[in-house]
Write a protein that binds this ligand. Structure first.
Ligand code: NAP
Length: 523
């Protein structure tokens, strides 16, 4: 497979008619061929009509066929071989091992959703059998299952060109649910997007599915994304990116004649709480793990540890000294795009310009284009509590702010003023830090989607129990996750069938249970 600069609308290659853009190698600033001509609302309309036409047959696919399709996408992605990895390296500046790992994660994610489709729990089938003799009123036979919501628009993320992009978690979970998908490719990696889009398209063909099950459109500037979100045949949106972008899409979706849900994963500073006994036991080791987590991938991870909260003490000083040494020794690394680099520089400049913020150290600078120079900053808990919005605002990249608390009570107050987060981390010594941990956990449950101990938040396992979500502004809907198999729930809705004859019921709630799905039954 090779790249051509085309959009993929069903099985047809379509060249856009709007301004041509090219990917840029962020490490060199060089433009990469081919050019991609942006699409128009009429291209979006063509893709949405095809998706709508595909919906009836796609949502009726039996579990084995849908699972085979998801696995086939993974096989087609692997078959792209080094062509995919080399293009993604050129478009993102990310190193080969990171991208090979991400490819593995993408394929595993598709395979995991295939297994979920087969296992059938996602139908959420429930049966309340009729009770004709019940007094004073008989009870009807009521059966419930979940159906897919309809065609889903997915916005590929810049920072995971494979695992959160064209065939990433949003696409995999929507396809698993039975919803056709239209991806708006991220303009930073169009070649990678096209290659993966072609892999999905090949899988659609191999499985004999309707061509409208998948389309990929391109464009820079917000027009094509807005056209997608406001198209009447689109029924839900998956997005990973900036808070500004997510909020704009939420507004557009809410203003439609028929409003639709937007599942946006936006911004998080991922606080790390340093418990006193943990600092006493291993301050320098915690600092080592923290620096590794902070500077990896130039800090361009949604779970990057951007806040560290500790109680002023000689042990916190030891942590800070070791973290300072680690950050000062860290090399600059290439950021994904010139825009993201500029936003990082602006964010660090804004923080360091505040009188409350102390610069503990910066990483090594570099003259090469778009280099992330890590930043370790500090402020007092009083200052943070006074203005958590400003001091706790995400700086996307390898920047972190250490918040010094006077005592445990102040640490709890810092936790209370935090915005919604994807993660919160506790560095603790089981037993010794028990009272503080017990006081923090109920606060953090209300703030974050995932709470972890003695690790670091970067590195999100794709599994059944994972929650990669959290209260606003981490996401637009704290009831969901964009990583892990629960992500399928975003694209489903329940339907109840009351006294419908068995011959007309869908398979998951038929008496014979032909798909053998797990069901909750009440006789
Ligand atoms: P972005 O600017 O939010 O863009 C993401 C996608 O949404 C792009 O395809 C973009 O395309 C589209 N988009 C953005 N605003 C839109 C609007 N108003 N209407 C329609 N479509 C819109 O994110 P990014 O380019 O990936 O990175 C920029 C910043 O986002 C970063 O500096 C960082 O702060 C944040 N970010 C956060 C995370 C996270 O996980 N928390 C991940 C990635 C990025 P067009 O621009 O072509 O419209």
């Amino acid at each position: 497979m090779h790249i051509t600069g085309a959009m993929l609308i069903g099985q047809t290659d379509v060249t856009g008619t709007e301004a041509v853009f090219q990917a840029v190698d962020p490490a060199t600033g060089a433009a990469l061929d081919p050019g991609y001509a942006g699409g128009t609302p009429s291209h979006v309309d063509a893709a949405a009509r095809l998706a709508d036409a595909a919906f009836a047959s796609y949502r009726a696919t039996p579990p084995a066929q849908r699972a085979a399709f998801l696995r086939e996408i993974g096989s087609q992605i692997m078959a792209l071989g080094d062509t995919l990895i080399e293009r993604a390296m050129a478009e993102t500046g990310l190193p080969r091992p990171r991208l090979e790992g991400e490819r593995g994660r993408t394929v595993n994610q598709l395979n995991l959703f295939a297994a979920v489709v087969e296992a059938g729990g996602w139908h959420g089938a429930r049966i309340d059998h009729a009770q004709p003799e019940r007094k004073p009123m008989p009870r009807s036979d009521i059966r419930m299952r979940h159906i897919p919501i309809g065609p889903v628009a997915v916005f590929g993320a810049s920072n995971f060109p494979l695992a959160f992009s064209v065939a990433g978690g949003d696409t995999a979970s929507a396809l698993a649910a039975g919803s056709p998908v239209i991806v708006k490719g991220h303009p930073a990696h169009p070649g990678t997007s096209e290659l993966v889009g072609r892999a999905i398209r090949a899988a659609v063909q191999a499985q004999g599915l309707h061509e409208g099950v998948f389309s990929l459109v391109f464009g820079v500037g917000n027009d094509i994304g807005q056209a997608l979100v406001t198209h009447p045949l689109i029924k839900a949106v998956g997005f990973t990116g900036s808070r500004t972008g997510g909020l704009a899409l939420m507004r557009a979706a809410a203003a439609r004649p028929e409003p639709i849900p937007v599942f946006a994963e936006m911004s998080s500073t991922n606080p790390v709480f340093l418990m006193p006994a943990a600092l006493k036991a291993r301050a320098a080791a915690i600092a080592g793990g923290f620096v590794t987590s902070l500077v990896g991938s130039a800090g361009q991870l949604c779970t990057n540890p951007g806040l560290v909260i500790g109680i002023a003490s000689p042990e916190l000083d030891t942590f800070i000294a070791a973290a300072r040494e680690g950050v000062a020794g860290s090399g600059a690394s290439t950021m994904l795009t010139a825009g993201i680099h500029q936003a990082y520089e602006d964010g660090v400049r804004r923080l360091t310009g505040l009188s409350e913020v102390e610069v503990l150290t910066r990483g090594n600078p570099s003259d090469a284009p778009n280099q992330c120079q890590a930043a370790l900053l500090a402020c007092s808990a009083e200052a943070f509590i006074r203005d958590p919005q400003s001091l706790g605002h995400e700086v996307f990249g390898a920047s972190s702010l250490v918040v010094r608390c006077a005592d445990e009570a102040q640490m709890l107050d810092v936790a209370r003023v935090l915005e919604g987060q994807l993660t919160a981390t506790l560095q603790l010594e089981a037993g010794q830090d028990a009272d503080l941990v017990s006081a923090l956990l109920p606060i953090l449950e209300l703030k974050a989607g995932r709470i972890l101990a003695n690790g670091f938040p970067t590195g999100v396992e794709v599994c059944h129990a994972m929650v990669h979500g959290g209260p606003f502004p981490a996401t637009s809907d704290a009831r969901s996750t964009s990583v892990g198999t629960l992500a399928i729930q975003r694209f489903l809705r329940p339907v109840a069938y009351q006294d419908i004859p068995d011959s007309h019921l869908p398979e998951p709630v038929q008496a014979a249970n032909p798909w053998n799905v797990p069901r909750m039954e009440n006789r």
